[in-house]
Design a protein around this ligand. Sequence first.
Ligand code: CA
Length: 232
Amino acid sequence: MSQNSVSVLLVEDEEAIREMVNFSLTRAGFSVTEAADASVAQSLIGQQLPDIVLLDWMLPGISGIDLARRWRQDGRTQHVPIIMLTARGEEEDKLRGFDIGVDDYITKPFSTQELIARMKAILRRHSKPDADTVLVARSLKLDTVGHRVSVDGDSLTLGPTEYRLLQFFMSHPERVFTRSQLLDQVWGDDVYIEERTVDVHIRRLRKLLEPYACAKFVQTVRGAGYRFSQQV
Ligand code: CA
C-alpha cells in the first residue's frame, strides 16, 4: 500500500512499545500520532480522525476496551478501524467475549512486521473504491469505472492482473516500485507468489501496449524494480 501518509493513532501507555511501534511504522511510511492514555486519545481523535487506531487494552484510567466501545457508539468515530493491542492470556480470551466490533487484535509481544501486515489488510478492506476516474497517460486511457483501457479510442483487452497492474502504475506514475511492493499492492499479501511472477505480467502488459507504442511507459529500473513514466 502506498502509505501516502496513512495516519495512525497509537494509544499505548508503555513508552518502550510506543517508541518501537512508532519507529517501525514511521519507517514504513505511516504518519503516527501518539497518546499515552484515553483522555489524550479522545482529544486527538476529536481534532482529527485517523485512518486507523492501535489501541492498548490496559491503559491507566479509562481502558482501551471502554474507549473502543465509546468510539463505536459515536457516529463520527464508529467506522475508524481499530486494532487492539492485548497482553497474552486473559485479555485475549476476554476480547473474544466482547462484541464491540474492533477489527482485529494482536497479542504482545508482537513483531511490527506482523502488525503492519494486519494493518494493511484492514486498510484494504476499509478503503473506499477509487473515485470515478479516467487515468490518462498521453493517448493511453484507463477508465476505472468501466474497467476499460483504450488508446486513441481503440480498446485493449487486458487480463485481470495486467489491468490491476496498469491501474496501479497509472495511479502512481513516476515512482519506482520493487517487485515485492508490486506484489503487495497489486496481488495483495494474502497469497504467496514468487517475485518473478511480476516480471511475467509486466512482459504481458508491455506486449499488449506495444502495438500502440505505449509499452515504453512501463520501465525497468535496473536493480530496483519498475516505474510507469510518460517521460520516455
Ligand atoms: Ca498498557
